[in-house]
Design a protein around this ligand. Structure first.
Ligand SMILES: CC(C)(COP(=O)(O)OP(=O)(O)OC[C@H]1O[C@@H](n2cnc3c(N)ncnc32)[C@H](O)[C@@H]1OP(=O)(O)O)[C@@H](O)C(=O)NCCC(=O)NCCS
Length: 143
């Protein structure tokens, strides 16, 4: 995975940062003005929806069929997101159960292209369940 050098002073959240290489890029999106809240930052609910979409990518592949989100176990907004940030969603499978798959999603914002910064803005942990045609849990295929 490409390394992006980040020049930035003090705050920990803006410290030089490498995009994760133990995770898969599952979604990249740029929020639009319609996604902003009254302060001009991006609405947290919009970010949650994108994380849910991104988090489902690996479980859907593993489950080889229909899945639903059963739980958002943890969701942390570490830094605000701005309108022109390019957001990249990186996912890692944490656990494959009998019928469920749990993933961790990290979201990074690339901002200020003239002096590029990469900031981790959000981290979440979600569980998806494989379901059958009746909406009941089904076993995760082993092959
Ligand atoms: C997901 C659903 C099918 C699970 O049905 P259920 O009868 O409760 O299923 P179970 O209790 O057998 O649990 C199924 C799996 O989910 C896991 N699970 C259930 N509740 C959980 C929770 N709160 N957190 C984490 N995992 C959970 C169980 O551990 C189990 O995993 P495993 O088989 O890998 O061990 C059902 O709850 C449902 O349809 N929920 C609505 C889903 C939905 O609409 N999502 C979108 C909302 S925006």
């Amino acid at each position: 995975m490409a390394e992006i050098q980040v020049e930035n002073p003090m705050p920990d959240s803006l410290a030089p940062l490498r995009l994760p290489d133990d995770r898969q890029l599952v979604l990249r999106v740029m929020p639009m003005p319609a996604d902003a809240n009254g302060n001009g930052d991006i609405f947290g609910g919009w970010i949650m929806a994108q994380v849910d979409i991104a988090g489902a990518v690996l479980p859907a592949r593993i489950a080889k069929g229909r899945i639903v989100t059963v739980a958002v176990n943890e969701f942390i907004f570490k830094q605000p997101v701005s309108i022109s940030d390019l957001l990249s969603f990186y996912a890692k499978v944490e656990r494959i159960g009998k019928t469920s798959v749990t993933v961790n999603v990290e979201v990074y914002a690339e901002r200020n292209p003239a002096n590029l910064q990469v900031v981790k803005v959000t981290e979440a942990n979600l569980t998806y369940v494989a379901i059958d045609k009746d909406g009941k849990p089904r076993l995760i295929p082993t092959t």
